[in-house]
Design a protein around this ligand. Structure first.
Ligand SMILES: Cc1ncc(C[n+]2csc(CCOP(=O)(O)OP(=O)(O)O)c2C)c(N)n1
Ligand code: SF4
Length: 350
């Protein structure tokens, strides 16, 4: 492996509406194992942000601890970033978001980071509908600490040493739907075509957007008998729909057959255009989404794509009626309105 990356880029590389080529959205050279699924997800994030004409300095990347949580170093170098403590990314994201609502919050976590030590924080950030993308790079093991089974490893799945996992898996997508998440998607690191539009829609969602992305660990959990290996996931994926994301104000041009198509309008006027593949599934109906995931599981399939969305989602700022401006833009008068205002406030509480 070489640790030197050329900075040369072809002068004819396409530019987005901001005039940036895709390399402007890249991060540092990855130190993950060659072939790690996490690096493919990082590449999809770079592509999605470039296509969406996002100013990198308008993004804050947040993570916990793990190989997955190292990932924010490998995309969007020109963004804000905070690599926090194991399982504690949601509370850092909550604080940052409440202080500055004008950034796109991009949280990256692992199945260990979320489904074990971070479970308490995960369920509460869902409940609060914090506006952020929360992406779990799910490999069914603790990659960074040498491949122990995680809580998302399926019962009966075998790890690299051939030992079978005895315990039922926590299905993070089902859990998120059950707990009231307003956007839930599931994908595979090897399916960039599906992952990029899902990421774009998640970044535009007005609330908590959860993405559970199966991301094989080539070093510790890519063996025969593992249900998170590249081969197994490729053989067992079943997509709910093919999907286009159409940013606000763009004309919708499609060639899908009538009947199978569903358009979902997002808070800012962007549209998710779905060409439905899964029968008896309605992405705007929580029960239908729950049943679709369960039915797929019964067939030994991993349901991918957009699973559930609440188009009328109301995020934490709207619920709390906070200032519509970031705190750092408020002046002294607004932050400290003086003795009379304080007395009036106290009088109202008596
Ligand atoms: C408080 C605390 N407990 C345990 C650890 C050890 N530890 C580091 S990463 C990790 C699990 C990582 O697994 P996952 O989140 O699935 O990420 P992956 O490395 O598989 O991407 C653990 C247990 C730690 N760093 N801090
Ligand atoms: S140990 Fe596994 S999860 Fe970690 S970088 Fe290597 S392949 Fe990826």
């Amino acid at each position: 492996m070489t640790y030197v990356r050329s900075t040369f880029r072809h002068p004819a590389l396409p530019k987005n509406d901001l005039g940036y080529t895709v390399d402007y959205y890249e991060g540092s050279l990855s130190t993950l194992c060659a072939g790690c699924g996490h690096d493919s997800i990082n590449a999809a994030i770079v592509e999605a942000c470039w296509q969406m004409n996002i100013e990198p300095h308008k993004v804050a990347k947040l993570s916990g601890i793990g190989c997955s949580s190292k990932s924010p170093a490998y995309f969007l170098t020109n963004s804000h970033g905070f690599n926090s403590v194991h399982g504690r990314m949601p509370s850092v994201a909550t604080g940052a978001n409440l202080a500055n609502r004008d950034l796109i919050y991009f949280g990256v976590s692992g199945d260990g980071d979320t489904a074990s030590i971070g479970m308490g924080q995960f369920v509460h950030v869902i409940r609060r509908n914090l506006r952020m993308v929360y992406l779990v790079m799910n490999n069914g093991c603790y990659g960074l600490t040498k491949g122990q089974d995680s809580a998302t490893a399926d019962a009966g799945s075998k790890n690299k040493t051939g030992v079978e996992n005895l315990f039922a898996a926590i299905d993070l997508a089902s859990l998120a739907i059950e707990l009231g998440a307003t956007f839930v998607g599931q994908s595979f690191s090897g399916d960039k075509e599906q992952l990029v539009p899902l990421l774009k829609a998640a970044m535009r969602h007005n609330g908590f957007a959860f993405l559970n992305v199966i991301s094989p660990c080539v070093t510790f959990n890519n063996n025969v008998g593992s249900t998170k290996s590249y081969d197994y996931v490729r053989e067992h994926m079943a997509a709910t729909a093919t999907m286009d994301f159409i940013p606000m104000m763009r004309e919708i041009k499609t060639s899908y057959e009538a009947g199978s198509v569903k358009d979902l309008t997002m808070h800012d006027g962007s549209v998710i255009h779905l060409n439905k593949l899964a029968k008896d599934w309605d992405p705007t109906d929580r029960l239908s989404a729950t049943n679709a995931v369960r039915e797929a599981k019964r067939r030994d399939e991993i349901l991918t794509g957009l699973l559930y969305i609440d188009e009328s989602s109301v995020d934490l700022h709207e619920l709390l009626e906070t200032s519509d401006r970031p705190l750092n833009s408020l002046g002294k008068e607004e932050l400290c309105p003086g003795r009379t205002a304080l007395d009036e406030l106290n009088a109202r509480l008596r």
